[in-house]
Design a protein. Structure first.
Lengths: 687, 597
């Protein structure tokens, strides 16, 4: 990095806006820019917004790009006309799926339609056995005629997924080589190049989604790259991926399926960085948006992940951050449930259009934001740094019009908040107690535009006593992207008993995975000595189906892995007991999937606190309703920028900044920590 | 009871959601810690949280079959011991079909939940065990004549006594089931599931108090009932009758069991009667009264409130009048019940078909009845013991605007098939194809879903097979409004010598030679609307996709297709099609009259 290259830039392309977060590495300060965007002219607008930044492209050291281009392509089903090459006898696997009916009482249940029509699903003779031995030789000659057929019908992308290719990819690879040699212009997605795990439907789905989104994504990525080069950018662009790492443009253009879950990943990655700096190892990450409440966990300093996910009704394999999303946010609509006659909040959202009633832009249904205006939690005259004036009368009308007059407007508003917060708390319980964890052992990091409004309330619900609201909470996800490392995951499914006779095979598997994961990063230009490696195994008791991902210490693999069986057994049984309450010490165990992760760490920006020189004084006060004690007439309002390092704000109070409002309820206190986070602490009632 | 206006609708919502969330946590505990593929893959279980009186408060989506039988099982326990007959820390077990409704393999494990010394609720699960000790490994006996042959029966024995394991009972179970390691693993998973739910209920009581939680849920259930009754009121009054003949009871080919069901809508009331239903069957197809009631509730829920959460209001909505004498749908001890599911599924499909006509927004044409096969080796001669069991999807009925899909039968809910890669790794079998069976779907303006062809070769010597398939003379996959009926399910066995045998009847523990190909052919779904009204462009796409042959396009749909611009593409000959369709419609004016249920 030259001295001029002091800028680190993250660009997040969403559905309607492009967000730019520019970090000045010399002092940790952050510049924010926003640009409206349309799909048709996205690249022009991308560059247009860039030009307004104070940094010259040539001075940018790291350029990180998060994009929903592949996700939108999938959700809107406007990807490439895709062909599928698969094993003879199995072209319908994609359409048959797993046969379940997610809505068990719905006689009209309809699964998502297959992305490849049946006439474009072509079968090739050849078969591998479950152990990877060839049972029927591949008829490579059939590939040419089938591919010619697909191309004649206009296919511009081809997916290849054969049975048991996760054990032995030879047939898939030979087909891919053949197509690539004859048709270098065609996008080819190969299952074994994307995932090495069993379950043919899920793997086919993943491969097809990659193929379906690839031409459009690759074209987009290339355009961005070329335009940025023309603007003077010299360093590479890195793309955010669902596992929380980044990858270079060459990989992203080949593997767009790995960007599908990258949207909410930035915040969790940022939380991981920030909370490590703050010294917390167990964290609930809560991203409060207008429509959804997204929660993720950091347990023992590691982000909790999952091995598969479902997007738009279709399964995708591959490591992703385990994010649970519930329909609860500022725009969530309140109504009387027609069946249970209780007060329901969400999942329907008024969104930005028609918006909450108090926005006065067409929305007439009561939302969470309307409730917050009525309860005084939001100041109608200071919303978004006074950029918008909210109409309390419209909020009240919405409530009396849709919920009734049996109770006071404030009662209904308080009820809306209580239900929304309980729903948020249930989402957090789901990801903690489900793993045998107690939410009370966690702190919360709350960010997003509504991060400060719900933080303390949800924490009280869960018995969490510490919550942090980072600086510029509304833009925290983009800040998080700036902290992402390059990361490669390699996996292989190979059902293996953990027994001494199997140890050479186990050692061998990890050696192969290590080689694969590091080769990719070395290919991006990192020295292998720089890389950090992590190993884990999906383990189960013999006879069980579901596994628990169990981390391995690298030294367990030394000396032919002699120490591994006992050590892995102990750790797995501990985790099984934690999660399920039972687990036998000496029951036989199996590894189903081997995992290796290689990370090329990048220098993390350090969040720096900014403090006023003198103690803060309240700039205003207003009446606010709290569950404890009801209306408080004169609740002081502070400006976050005016807080000094020694201020200790006792609730009830409100701390405003231009993108978010932090509510400090009674019995909570707030102060700034060394990193500039606002830390809220709950005081237990003294007996 | 307190008046509605004194109920806090905020607390009611929070309580309702907390219990749903608790049931979901119970679900995760069971699925992830079970040993038995019937639980973790097939999800052959149900679980729920019930009031101190055994009324359903919340459930997690499992098998719809279990919609009502778990609360009924708990109520049978309450009837046995009285509400004050439980102690904190007790865990009970029950599987007697005359109390639990389904078959003996479905074992209910439940626990009373106490708060401050008072009984407030029950948590429990019902799961299909890998074995229950009867004459047929894995259960689902096809030819038992008394329940004693079907396995070990439990009538609310205590697995835990006030928190202490009751070793006598646990050992008795362990000694009387095959694959006891798996069964005991599942049993512990079920106990853990009860405890997960109990912890959440107690936390809720700490927040609102036990009485208030009960009062709030009473309110939610009462309101749900009112909403359901309003839906019933919107249906036209009348009695809607349907009946179906079964093909075989498992032991006696001369008996033709009949299920006849009448649904009477009268204002906001639904009454269900079974006039004309056969008496208790000599074979194991009898369906316990609680499972029958559960089937009625499932069909009504699908018609009245298909996607809302489920609670006791759905279970108690219908007034059910069973025949005066014990019957096929209300058997008594010691009638055999191990393959009750045929009657259960036939009942749900028959009821939904009869009601679909008067609820045009919710119902559909008929679907295939069911399929499951076992391939196994459990004899002392086998080199390797294994039991592979899987349900297989088939054709689901069409409805306006949509062709039917290939899904698991209605009784089996969100059950998933077993991936071929997993199956071949786990068992000595080789799957040679898994494909849609184009010949199976009922034609229609909207086509029925297709059954499947799934061919599995048996690789080990000393293996045997067992099938559970379509068990009716009258196919359930009936078309609607002129749509045609889908085909029935059957087995196509190909023996190593090349001999082919088509088997429409189910097979019980039948030894097959090494190398036998077991061809599974599940039935198709019924079509909706006259095939002659199907959009010709859609028919041409069906031909392109090989769902329909050019000949069938002409014969069934009256559409003449001609080869298109590229191999595999087809164009509609508009003139010929118009003419053919006009002729057919004039020639067969009665074609639209097959709709009366």
């Amino acid at each position: 990095m030259t001295t001029a290259e002091k800028w680190r830039l993250a660009v997040d392309v969403g559905g309607t806006f492009i967000d730019y977060i520019l970090l000045d590495e010399s002092d940790g300060s952050v510049h924010v820019e926003k640009q409206a965007a349309k799909a048709a002219t996205l690249v022009d607008e991308f560059v247009g917004g860039m030009r307004r930044l104070p940094a010259k492209p040539g001075d940018i050291s790291r350029f990180i790009h998060g994009t929903t281009v592949a996700l939108n392509t999938l959700v809107q089903e406007r990807g490439a006309l895709t062909g599928l090459i698969t094993t003879q006898g199995f072209r319908d696997v994609l359409e048959l799926g797993r046969g379940g009916r997610a809505e068990i009482y719905n006689f009209r249940y309809q699964p998502a339609r297959p992305l490849v029509d049946r006439y474009l699903r072509r079968e090739i003779p050849g078969r591998m056995g479950p152990d990877g031995t060839e049972l029927v030789p591949l008829e490579l000659s059939r590939v040419d005629s089938e591919v010619d057929y697909l191309l004649a019908h206009g296919a511009t992308a081809i997916a290849i997924c054969l049975l048991h290719s996760y054990v032995n990819p030879d047939h898939e690879q030979r087909i891919a080589d053949r197509i690539r040699a004859r048709h270098p212009e065609i996008a080819v997605s190969v299952s074994s190049e994307l995932v090495r795990e069993w379950r043919e439907y899920e793997r086919t789905s993943t491969t097809v989604i990659n193929a379906f989104t690839q031409p459009l994504f690759a074209n987009y990525a290339r355009s961005i790259d070329e335009r940025m080069r023309a603007e003077g950018l010299t360093n590479p662009i890195a793309f955010m991926r669902s596992n929380g790492g980044v990858m270079p443009i060459t990989s992203a253009a080949d593997r767009p399926v790995e960007t599908l879950g990258s949207g909410p990943a930035g915040g969790v990655i940022g939380a991981h960085t920030l909370m490590a700096q703050a010294g917390y190892r167990n964290v609930v990450c809560a991203d409060v948006g207008g429509t959804t409440y997204d929660v993720a966990l950091i347990q023992d300093g590691e982000i909790v992940e999952r091995a598969d996910t479902i997007v738009a009704g279709r399964p995708i394999m591959g490591s992703v951050i385990d994010i649970v999303s519930v329909g609860a946010g500022g725009g969530s609509i309140a109504s009387i449930d027609p069946v249970t006659a209780s007060l329901k909040v969400g999942p329907e959202s008024a969104g930005a259009q028609p918006g909450p009633a108090c926005f006065g832009i067409g929305g007439t249904k009561p939302t969470v934001t309307d409730a917050q205006v009525i309860l005084g939690l939001l100041d109608p005259d200071r919303f978004l740094g006074k950029r918008m004036v909210l109409d309390r009368a419209l909020a009240e009308q919405a409530i009396t019009g849709h919920l009734g007059t049996a109770r006071t407007v404030s009662d209904y508003a308080a009820g809306i908040m209580a239900v929304a917060q309980a729903n948020m708390a249930n989402a957090i319980r789901q990801i903690t107690t489900q793993r045998g964890l107690d939410p009370r052992d966690f702190v919360m990091l709350s960010y997003g535009g509504g991060g400060g409004l719900f933080a303390a309330g949800v924490c009280e619900e869960l018995g969490v006593h510490t919550v942090l609201v980072p600086q510029a909470a509304a833009g925290f996800s983009a800040w998080g992207m700036l902290t992402a490392d390059y990361r490669e995951d390699s996996t292989i499914t190979s059902v293996t008993d953990v027994a001494h006779g199997q140890l050479p095979g186990i050692v061998d598997n990890y050696a192969k995975l290590r080689e694969e994961a590091t080769a990719a990063l070395v290919g991006y230009g990192f020295a292998s000595a720089q890389l950090e490696l992590g190993y884990s195994a999906d383990v189960r008791f013999l006879g069980q189906e579901h596994t628990i991902t169990t981390p391995l210490e690298p030294d367990w693999l030394a000396d032919g892995a002699a120490a591994l069986p006992a050590a892995l057994q102990q750790r797995f049984v501990e985790r099984h007991r934690q999660r399920y309450g039972h687990g036998e010490d000496d029951a036989e165990i199996q590894i189903v999937t081997f995992r290796c992760r290689a990370i090329a760490p990048v220098a993390k920006p350090v969040s720096r606190g900014r403090y006023a020189e003198v103690p803060a004084v309240a700039v205003a006060s207003r009446p606010i309703w709290f569950p404890e004690g009801g209306w408080h007439d004169e609740v002081p309002v502070y400006e976050r920028d005016a807080l000094s390092a020694t201020d200790r704000i006792e609730g009830p109070a409100v701390i405003d900044e231009w993108t978010t409002t932090v509510v400090v309820p009674p019995r909570w206190t707030a102060l700034l920590d060394e990193l500039g986070n606002l830390v809220l602490t709950f005081e237990e009632e003294s007996k | 009871m307190t008046a509605t206006d004194e109920i806090d609708i905020v607390k009611a919502e929070i309580t309702r959601n907390a219990l749903l969330s608790a049931a979901q946590e119970m679900n995760d505990t069971l699925v992830r810690s079970a040993y038995n593929p019937l639980i973790f893959d097939v999800k052959d279980f149900g679980l729920g949280i019930m009031s101190a009186k055994g009324e359903l408060w919340a459930e997690a989506p499992g098998l719809p079959v279990f919609i009502g039988v778990l609360p009924a099982s708990v109520r049978a326990g309450i009837a046995k011991f009285g509400q004050d007959g439980f102690r904190e820390g007790d865990v009970l077990i029950a599987n007697s079909p005359y109390q639990t409704g389904t078959h003996i393999s479905d074992t209910a494990v439940y626990m009373p939940v106490f708060y401050q010394g008072e009984l407030v609720a029950f948590t429990g699960s019902m799961a299909h065990w890998a074995d229950i000790g009867g004459m047929s490994p894995g259960g689902w006996t096809v030819d038992s004549t008394e329940i004693y042959q079907e396995g070990v029966r439990f009538t609310h024995q205590r697995l835990y006594l006030a928190g202490q394991p009751n070793r006598d009972v646990l050992e008795l179970i362990e000694d009387n089931v095959r694959v006891s390691r798996i069964v005991m693993g599942d049993l512990h998973a079920q106990i853990a599931t009860c405890r997960t739910g109990a912890e959440r209920v107690i936390a809720l009581c700490e927040r609102y108090g036990a009485d208030e939680v009960t009062r709030l849920m009473d309110y939610v259930v009462r309101q749900t009932e009112q909403a359901l009754r309003a839906e019933v009121r919107s249906l036209p009054d009348g009695t809607y009758s349907a009946s179906v003949r079964l093909d075989f009871n498992g032991v006696d080919h001369d008996e033709v069991p009949v299920i006849a069901v009448q649904t009477t809508i009268d204002g906001d009331r639904v009454k269900v009667t079974f006039d004309g239903t056969s008496g208790v069957s000599a074979g194991p197809i009898n369906c316990g009264a609680e499972a029958t009631a559960s089937g009625v509730a499932q069909a009504l829920k699908g018609i009245l409130d298909p996607v809302g959460p489920n609670n006791n209001a759905h279970l108690s909505l219908a007034e059910i009048e069973f025949p005066a004498e014990p019957s096929l749908v209300s058997p008594v001890d010691p009638a055999p019940c191990d393959s009750y599911g045929y009657v259960m599924t036939a009942l749900v499909e028959t009821l939904q078909y009869a009601l679909a006509d008067i609820a045009p927004e919710r119902g559909r044409a008929g679907s295939y009845q069911m399929w499951a096969e076992y391939i196994m080796s459990t004899t002392s001669r086998s080199a390797r013991h294994y039991v592979m069991a899987e349900p297989v999807q088939g054709g689901s009925g069409a409805f306006p605007g949509h062709d039917g899909k290939s899904l698991i039968f209605s009784g089996d809910g969100d059950t998933w098939n077993v991936p071929v890669e997993v199956m071949e790794t786990r068992y000595p079998v080789h799957c040679e194809q898994f494909a849609l069976d184009e010949t199976s779907a009922g034609a229609g303006e909207f086509r029925g879903g297709m059954g499947v062809r799934r061919d599995i070769r048996v690789l080990d010597a000393h293996s045997m097979i067992k099938t559970a398939l379509e068990n009716t003379v009258d196919l359930l996959s009936k078309g609607m409004h002129g749509g045609l009926t889908g085909t029935g399910s059957y087995t196509r066995l190909v023996f190593p010598g090349g001999e082919v045998r088509l088997q429409r009847e189910r097979i019980g523990d039948h030894p097959v030679p090494q190398g036998t190909l077991v061809g599974i052919r599940t039935g198709g779904g019924g079509g909706f609307g006259d095939p002659l009204d199907r959009d010709p462009a859609r028919v041409a796409r069906d031909v392109r996709d090989e769902y329909v042959t050019p000949e069938a396009a002409l014969e069934l749909y009256g559409v003449k297709v001609v080869p298109g611009s590229l191999p595999g593409l087809w164009d509609v000959d508009d003139a010929a099609t118009t003419q053919i369709r006009r002729q057919r419609k004039n020639g067969s004016p009665q074609s639209e009259q097959e709709t009366t249920p």
